[in-house]
Design a protein around this ligand. Structure first.
Ligand code: UDP
Length: 459
């Protein structure tokens, strides 16, 4: 007889990675399956502090935390240090935790480990312990496919094997005929002017092949019909998206920052289909000049706007809003440090989403049928932008000038153009409908998720 299923889920400890795992945890728990959700202590403290009060903490899911090895006062933004610490410290703690659970009389042993695909070591531990395992992919199928096949570009000499993976000759690289090619220096590991970070991204990219090889399932936060050609290039893939908090009774978005709910009331007071929602994710930074241009572009657009300005959005300490900006635009512009993004995107007052095209934001925006203004910053965001503008045709691109700045005039022009573009609006609604249908009985994501659940239950 099959044992009672008990899944252990572990996200990569960062804002763009915790929410999709937490949304998956809710989806699994709603099927009556026990879930143990493992965060680092640092992340767990943040999640618990930002959980809505009406959510009974841990009612669906048991939260457990392990140390990440980063000392108090160490720089958590240093990608080398964090990666090193995690590799050194976390695997031992995870193994110990699984052993402890498996020996306990109080709960069922772990029957499946689901880890972020960036945590290949967690899946290796499950592999060694003989526990079935699934990788959850928080980025899109294009990034998954290029990561899985990247070795063939090294072998063919198309990308330099010098640790930074710069292209050698071609303008474009093609994973396979029928998929959108990748533009030179716009790869998922590309990080302009930050070679050290690019190296870390490349290491993560190169690890994907082995992680997929040792996984039993590769769960993708996407929809098969959105990008079937890239999905077809990766074995074991089960697209089960969009993973959305709003689809679950627990409604845990997994925010690491406190959401400012006043913006929802402010949206209620705005005209239907009028507001530009501006949010560039959790890590994007802007120069002082770029920040000012964005502010002035929003002002000159003439539209109301809701702008997420994180305390670390601007990378120069003296940056500030242009003189009189906040006072002048008090009625028309709402500025918050962090928003309940899914709820904002679902609000009827929102006309468009000025986004950095992170994959979560992309899935959330397209699921709500909101047209995009694309402002990618690094990594997979470039290719996500191309899918938004060129393949799905649900958004417009913002173009930089000769100094690399997106000018206020460009912002004003593209806002006007997007708001008046009926074809983009209609495509956005079609994609929204497709996303909704994929989750309903008989839809592709529904079927894939059921397949995963059935197999997990019968293990
Ligand atoms: N997000 C949010 N409030 C904000 C801005 C962003 O809740 O004000 C969430 C957003 O809904 C998404 C995540 O933060 O789930 C950002 O992930 P994404 O992959 O888009 O970008 P990253 O932060 O990884 O660059």
């Amino acid at each position: 007889m099959a044992r009672q299923a008990h899944l252990l889920l572990i996200p990569y400890p960062a804002q763009g990675h915790v929410p999709p795992l937490l949304k998956l945890a809710q989806k699994i728990a709603e099927r009556g399956i026990k879930v143990t959700f493992v965060n680092t202590e640092f992340i767990e403290a943040k999640i618990m502090a930002t959980m809505p009060e009406n959510v009974e903490k841990g009612s669906l899911i048991r939260f457990v935390s392990i140390p990440d090895g980063i000392e108090h006062g160490d720089d958590r933004n240093d990608p080398f240090k964090t990666k090193d610490c995690m590799y050194r410290v976390m695997p031992g703690h995870l193994k110990e935790l699984i052993e402890k659970i498996n020996q306990s009389d109080q709960c069922e042993p772990i029957t499946c480990v689901v880890a972020d695909i960036c945590l290949g070591w967690a899946l290796e531990i499950a592999h060694e312990m003989g526990i079935p395992r699934a990788a959850l992919v928080p980025y899109g199928p294009p990034t998954l496919a290029i990561s899985y096949h990247v070795k063939k570009f090294f072998d063919a000499g198309i990308i330099d094997n010098d640790g930074y993976a710069m292209p050698t000759t071609d303008e474009f690289i093609w994973i396979s005929e029928g998929t959108l090619p990748w533009k030179r220096n716009k790869y998922n590991w590309s990080c302009p002017n930050e070679p050290k970070i690019q190296k870390v991204f490349l290491e993560i990219t190169c690890a994907v092949f082995e992680t997929v090889r040792i996984s039993n399932w590769v769960l993708s936060n996407s929809i098969y019909e959105l990008d079937s050609s890239n999905c077809d290039l990766v074995p074991k893939i089960l697209p089960i998206g969009p993973l959305l908090a709003s689809n679950h009774s627990g409604n845990l978005a997994g925010s690491l920052m406190l959401e400012d709910s006043t913006c929802l009331r402010w949206l209620d007071s705005q005209a239907i289909g009028s507001v530009i929602y501006v949010a560039l994710g959790s890590t994007t930074t802007l120069s002082r000049q770029q920040f000012e241009e964005l502010a002035l572009g929003l002002e000159s657009s003439g539209q109301p706007f809701l702008w997420v300005v994180r305390s670390n959005l601007v990378n120069e300490s003296l940056a500030r809003f242009p003189d009189g900006f906040r006072e002048k635009l008090a009625d028309r512009g709402k500025i918050v440090e962090w928003a309940a993004q899914e709820k904002v995107l679902a609000h009827p007052s929102v006309a468009c989403f000025l986004s950095h095209c992170g994959w979560n934001s992309t899935m959330e925006g397209l699921s709500m049928g909101v047209p995009f203004l694309c402002w990618p910053y690094f990594a997979d965001q470039y290719q996500n932008r191309r899918f938004i503008c060129e393949v799905w045709k649900i958004g417009l691109d913002l173009t930089s000038d000769e100094n690399g700045i997106i000018s206020r005039q460009e912002i004003q022009r593209k806002v006007r153009k997007l708001i008046n573009d009926d074809a983009i609006k209609s495509n956005s609604l079609k994609i929204k409908e497709m996303a909704g249908k994929s989750l309903l009985e008989g839809g592709s994501s529904f079927i894939n998720f059921e397949r995963f659940i059935d197999q997990v239950k019968s293990n």
